[in-house]
Write a new protein. Structure first.
Length: 170
């Protein structure tokens, strides 16, 4: 029971916000032709070694669900770029005094600034050395997350990133 409560708290905290993702792709590409992938040979994610491992594990899991196979002779290279930045905390308490036409109020922020991670995922056609698909994800990441929560963070992010792959032709 204790594990179920812990799992629900983690799931709730992860699902409350969720990453924002934008996509771009080459409209002339036939995405159904791609079935194998591997990571760009000179992969530099910009993340710590532990977070890079979590990211790659989450990507492997998400791509396997999409029907991809990891291969030594891939059709696609997957590449990542990341950036971290801070924004002012959006959490605060509103305080106001006054009566009638004269009022004074303010918001007192609490907590530190929000930590964000911006992740760009590229699919590069190996044969033509061309970028064919790209997703940019942005999400708030708690710098004090436990290792288990960090695994969940990257799993949720990669599920969202690949949720619209392959692109649907209109």
């Amino acid at each position: 029971m204790k594990r179920l409560v812990y799992f629900m708290v983690v799931l709730l905290s992860i699902s409350c916000t969720g990453p924002r993702v934008v996509y771009d792709y080459d409209t002339k590409t036939t995405f159904s032709a791609y079935k194998t992938y591997n990571y760009y040979p000179d992969l530099k994610t910009g993340l710590s070694d532990l977070d890079t491992k979590r990211l790659l594990d989450a990507t492997d899991k998400a791509l396997k669900e999409k029907g991809f196979t990891k291969s030594d002779t891939p059709q696609l290279y997957v590449n990542f770029k990341s950036a971290k930045y801070q924004t002012p905390s959006r959490t605060g308490i509103g305080v106001g005094v006054g009566n009638g036409p004269i009022n004074v109020g303010s918001t007192i922020p609490f907590g530190g600034p929000d930590q964000h991670i911006q992740l760009t995922v590229d699919f590069v056609d190996v044969a033509n050395d061309e970028l064919i698909w790209q997703a940019e994800a942005d999400d708030t990441q708690n710098s004090r997350q436990t290792p288990e929560n960090r695994v969940g963070f990257f799993n949720v992010m990669m599920q969202k990133v690949f949720s619209k792959y392959p692109p649907q032709s209109k």
